[in-house]
Design a protein around this ligand. Structure first.
Ligand code: PEP
Ligand code: MN
Length: 341
């Protein structure tokens, strides 16, 4: 970090700040300009020592501001781990050359419904199926998911078809049971900053798919990932799913730039959920292609054998023929950007 002194700060105040930096365990690098004196804090580490030092120095007489240089997330940062992290789930690889498309219904409704969607997804090359058993619905009167029965259906269908699954856990109590039946534990947008849930998911070994909160910054997403990694689970897949803006024609606004920013800042895989981002099935194909072209490592996408009768999110789900068409249309793009689909 850098400490910027107020214009005309007397030497005594500058010396006091330098002494405090040394007392806090760092070295100093002094730069006296025409107007401002700037003190570089050398040898800084991320973590508690750094945040304590930042707030201590900010309150000292003569200090104008303290400017951080290092990102506040360490384990999730690319500087701490330059190569891409590749997460293996069965035959699927997320973060490598593959473009991992995870498709399935918003909610698991029945064996037939999930099997039918999963069979098409498999035919199109998908290795991972999505589907919610515990649903985070805005209204308590909306379908809340089949619970454990849904997990049993997911396990049966993925075993029958030789696929893997991603399913959301809404609470700490659900983590164990979701991990027992499924292969990737999803933490949804509404829970991205549920720190107790993140710490609990950090204690399991199965990969976690962490969705960006609809009102969260990229830095907050990476700090949420830091909770998972620092609690013991390095297998974190990030997911951009749209953020809330003033735009009303789409449910959220897909922040496609987050893919490039996260690739720069972090070694973790980043996938895109175009479905929840746009909330309208007819915009899903274009945004899926954009995600692939922008360098995302995969998609999380809602498909349904009969969207009109879906118990949840039918209006944003692709029909199975539309999904097959999209998978075909993405092939030349994948080839152009060097991804396997
Ligand atoms: C979901 O993927 O099922 C879901 C509820 O998404 P989000 O948490 O992004 O709203
Ligand atoms: Mn949904």
């Amino acid at each position: 970090m850098i400490v910027v002194m107020k214009i005309g700060a007397p030497d005594a105040e500058i010396e006091n700040v330098c002494d405090e930096i040394v007392k806090l365990g760092f070295k100093t690098h002094l730069s006296k300009g025409e107007e401002h004196t700037i003190i570089g804090v050398v040898g800084e580490k991320r973590g508690e020592a750094r945040t304590t030092a930042m707030s201590r120095l900010a309150f000292m007489p003569g200090v104008d501001k303290v400017v951080p240089i290092l990102d506040p997330f360490k384990l999730a940062s690319r500087s701490s781990h330059p190569p891409n992290t590749v997460i293996k789930v069965g035959d699927a690889e997320i973060g490598g050359d593959d473009f991992a498309v995870m498709a399935g219904p918003c909610a698991i409704e029945s064996h037939d419904q999930l099997y039918c969607a999963a069979e098409t997804a498999k035919k199109c090359g998908c290795k991972i199926i999505r589907g919610g058993a515990f649903k985070a619905r805005t209204s308590p009167y909306s379908f809340q998911g089949l619970g454990e029965e849904g997990l049993e259906i997911m396990k049966k269908v993925t075993d029958e078809l030789g696929l893997k699954s991603v399913v959301e856990a809404l609470s700490i109590q659900e983590i164990g049971i979701v991990a027992e039946y499924c292969d990737i534990i999803q933490i949804g947008a509404r829970n991205m900053q549920n720190f107790a849930l993140l710490k609990a998911a950090g204690k399991i070994t199965k990969p976690v798919l962490l969705k960006r909160g609809m009102m969260s910054t990229i830095e907050e997403l990476l700090l949420a990932a830091e909770y998972l990694i620092s609690s013991g689970n390095p297998n974190v897949i990030l997911c951009e799913r749209g953020i809330r803006t003033f735009e009303k024609y789409t449910r959220n606004t897909l922040d496609i730039s987050a893919v490039a920013v996260i690739k720069h800042l972090s070694h973790l895989p980043i996938i895109v959920d175009p479905t929840h981002a746009v909330g309208v099935w007819s915009y899903v194909a274009a945004t899926s292609k954009a995600a692939l072209a922008a360098g995302a490592d995969g998609l999380l996408i809602e498909i349904h054998p009969d969207p009109a009768s879906a118990l949840c999110d039918g209006g944003q789900s692709l029909t199975l023929p539309n999904f097959e068409k999209l998978m075909q249309e993405m092939k030349p793009i994948a080839e152009a950007v060097g991804r396997k689909l």
